[in-house]
Design a protein around this ligand. Structure first.
Ligand SMILES: Cc1ncc(COP(=O)(O)O)c(C=O)c1O
Length: 432
């Protein structure tokens, strides 16, 4: 018996009869091998509830059943085909060694980059592949050279910790004044726009803003294109952290209306861990310094330096993109919305909970957070995350950094079954 099946049966056996996760484990134990994903014939919102379709999608992923896995925000599991391609390429790269790396890889890199550019809707020369969004964003923030001493830069509490550190470091690096705003815990679109408008009006020397498309803390989706337009009207540049956006929201990079974007392909596209991209709109490369003394060649590739990459991870991109496109971004977005609402709608009715996810679907993503009402310390939320795991076998993660306090983040994926979400709702109700 394989390990997964054994642990499933153990999980089922250890759980009280009739427990939601026990039933779930039993279902998963019967999971069939990968099935063809049918071509959808209905609108995404209808398809979102078609469990036959989503079971076919789920059959393409081999995901642990040791827990009710609702922490798919760290990175996105590869589909089985991507995993197989990654393993195959790892063996080939290892076998060919430097002969492969020096002879074959440069050509293959260009072919893969072309495919990624098409997916993102940008020119090939406008992107460089990176090892993740972090590498891309740190190169963008650190490299942006249109800042003079005394200028202002802006970030928000919803941004990602290491990008916040990089924005703060600009004070030492460029002599700028670093400004911060905090958004309400679940803001309306108007409140978000007003917060940025107010900051733009208050900061006369503001030159650069960091915008996180989907916050890793509670999944808030910013209206990036609108904020970027308002920024542009005042001569302010934006750097967009799209680590979580691309692949779970149906859009192409130019829709963000931004000239500098950092992207992950190992989250919602399902590439192997270690794949992201940096986008710089054509004509804007000169506004970034060559990376740490690289020779000036006017190309994006001199603005980030990855060193030797995981060749096989890049080479498995075509399979990851194929699965993403087969399901379709709009269908993924609709399914993830359905799964999010399946728990946030009932949880919002529970007086003992505070749900940190906008009821406005345009401002909400697969990631959404919750806390016990009035319990916003890190310790409270570490305890809540532990309780969900220990008492209910539900795996989530806690986050802090919002001005409104810490929370527990829940992130389903395209292979998450409604029964897993229902088990979460039961567990949340039991916290009363
Ligand atoms: C909003 C955001 N930005 C940046 C990152 C960094 O991504 P990575 O660690 O994959 O480079 C993350 C990772 O979770 C994130 O959530």
């Amino acid at each position: 018996m394989d390990r997964t099946r054994r642990s499933l049966l153990q999980a089922g056996a250890l759980l009280p009869a009739g427990s939601a996760f026990g039933a779930l484990a039993a279902t998963a134990a019967r999971q069939a091998p990968p099935r063809p994903i049918p071509v959808p014939t209905v609108a995404p919102e209808v398809l979102a509830r078609d469990e036959v379709y989503w079971e076919a999608v789920a059959s393409h992923f081999d995901i642990t059943q040791d827990v009710n896995h609702l922490e798919n925000g760290y990175w996105g599991a590869m589909g089985r085909e991507t995993l197989a391609a990654y393993q195959r390429h790892t063996a080939e790269v290892n076998r060919g060694n430097a002969w492969y790396g020096r002879q074959a890889f440069p050509r293959q890199y260009l072919a893969v980059r072309q495919q990624v550019a098409q997916l993102l809707g940008v020119g090939e020369e406008e992107i460089a592949l990176t090892r993740g969004a972090t590498e891309a964003l740190l190169a963008l923030i650190g490299g942006y050279n249109r800042l003079a001493a005394g200028d202002q830069v802006l970030y928000a509490d919803v941004d990602y910790d290491s990008m916040i550190s990089a924005m703060q470091w600009l004070q030492q690096r460029r002599g700028v004044q670093v400004e911060r705003i905090a958004l309400p815990a679940t803001p309306t679109r108007e409140q978000i726009l007003q917060a940025y408008d107010a900051a733009f009006a208050r900061l006369p020397r503001l030159k650069l803003v960091l915008l996180t498309q989907v916050s890793h803390r509670h999944g808030l989706v910013l209206p990036v294109a609108d904020i970027a337009e308002r920024a542009r009207a005042r001569g302010i540049d934006v750097i967009v952290d799209a680590a979580h956006g691309f692949g779970q929201i149906d859009y192409r990079v130019p829709d963000l209306n931004a000239d500098f974007v950092g992207i992950n392909l190992h989250k919602w596209i399902g590439a192997p861990v270690g794949v992201g991209a940096m986008y710089v709109r054509q004509g804007r490369v000169k506004d970034l310094d060559p990376y740490m003394g690289q020779a000036e060649d006017g190309r994006i590739t001199s603005r980030v330096h990855t060193g030797t990459v995981n060749f096989a991870a890049y080479l498995a991109l075509p399979e990851a993109i194929a699965l993403h496109q087969q399901i379709g971004a709009a269908n993924k977005q609709a399914r993830l919305r359905y799964l999010r609402e399946r728990w946030t709608v009932p949880a919002r009715q529970m007086a003992h909970l505070q749900v940190l996810s906008s009821p406005d679907p345009a401002l909400a993503s697969a990631l959404a957070s919750v806390r016990l009402r009035g319990r916003s310390s890190v310790a409270d939320n570490m305890a809540l995350q532990k309780r969900l795991l220990d008492a209910h076998q539900i795996f989530t993660t806690w986050r802090d950094g919002l001005d409104s306090g810490a929370c527990v983040r829940v992130t389903p994926s395209v292979f998450t079954r409604p029964a897993q979400i229902d088990a979460l709702v039961q567990a949340l109700a039991a916290l009363a």
